[in-house]
Design a protein around this ligand. Structure first.
Ligand SMILES: C[S@@+](CC[C@H](N)C(=O)[O-])C[C@H]1O[C@@H](n2cnc3c(N)ncnc32)[C@H](O)[C@@H]1O
Length: 301
């Protein structure tokens, strides 16, 4: 199997906080020298990787990339696509055929989904099958959410789309696999990425956002919470890489959307450049409150 070069790799999962909406703004605020020199691209909170795939496509001068996430299920999936994409496609293709065959029968599709979810949560399968189960659950669960309980058990219920869900996107998986051949995949805390940097590097940070309100958004992608103390620790890490002479960009929520007096990020990042950019996001779950709100893009460039 080989990938069609005319089509570009895109995220293979739906992931909370996906940055597709923000790419235009990110593009407008990139460092000026980014198209000239070769460099290492580092994304310490990669999630679904919307920015990573976009960068890899648009900057042929990226020598190599480093991606990291604390979520092992997620990084294992990236590793499987890097190393075993053809076997993964075979397993996903089987899941897809089986699921499509019973899709019209609600009882049977529920039984199929929850059996796969139990199998995933038993964590008895090898990395290949765990990754296939992870992709399957992401494509068929409610809203493509990822949520685990305190025992790291995935607990999102089945989703109900009208049309047959595409579970095995062979073409994209092959393209993703090609991009990952130039990529080091890490699993752990973001600070570990520093050990993989050489002389010319650009970091893009997309940490779990600080919630705009108690009820607004859940930011527990993993078992660990990312609270204010973590936001402050991340800023200290940004200082470190600034002092080492690397360039970085970071996105986060703009607290001023809900409270104009809230200077948490303005104070924290006062030594750097803070841009407010528009993003199509939801402030809370009520549809009427949906609309354009601002987000922060912060750089040391
Ligand atoms: C906002 S999401 C990233 C969204 C992503 N850039 C996209 O476009 O889909 C934040 C990610 O940070 C990860 N994360 C949380 N705490 C972390 C930590 N201490 N170190 C590394 N990754 C962490 C979460 O698992 C989650 O995938």
């Amino acid at each position: 199997m080989s990938a069609d070069k005319s089509i570009i790799a895109k995220p293979f999962l739906k992931w909370a906080g996906g940055k597709t909406q923000l790419i235009e703004e990110i593009k407008n605020n990139l460092p000026l020298n980014i198209t000239n020199d070769t460099f290492t691209f580092i994304e310490p909170f990669v999630g679904g990787g919307a920015v990573f795939f976009w960068m890899m496509e648009n900057f042929p001068n990226i020598q190599n990339a480093v991606i990291n996430d604390i979520n092992t299920d997620l990084t294992d999936c990236y590793i499987t696509i890097q190393q075993n994409v053809e076997e993964l496609i075979e397993v996903l293709d089987t899941f897809q055929t089986e699921y499509h065959d019973i899709f019209q029968n609600i009882e049977k599709s529920k039984e199929y989904y929850y059996t796969k979810r139990d199998l995933f949560n038993s964590r008895e399968s090898d990395r290949l099958v765990q990754s296939a189960l992870f992709v399957f659950l992401n494509k068929t669960c409610f809203n493509g959410l990822y949520r685990v309980n305190s025992k790291n058990k995935f607990n999102v219920p089945i989703g109900r789309s009208k049309s047959l869900p595409k579970i095995c996107d062979q073409e994209n998986l092959l393209l993703v696999s090609e991009v990952l051949q130039r990529t080091t995949i890490l699993n752990g805390d973001y600070a570990e990425t520093l050990r993989f940097v050489d002389n010319n590097a650009f970091f893009y940070f997309d940490p779990p956002y600080k919630p705009l309100s108690e009820t607004s958004s859940f930011n527990s992608y993993a078992k660990d919470v990312f609270d204010d103390a973590q936001q402050i620790r991340l800023k200290e890490f940004c200082n470190t890489i600034d002092n080492l002479g690397y360039q970085w960009m970071l996105s986060n929520s703009d607290m001023k959307n809900v409270n104009p007096e809230d200077n948490f990020f303005d104070d924290l990042y006062q030594d750097f450049n803070i841009f407010r950019v528009y993003a199509k996001r939801t402030i809370n779950s009520k549809a009427k409150k949906r609309g354009n709100i601002t987000e922060l893009l912060i750089t040391n460039l």
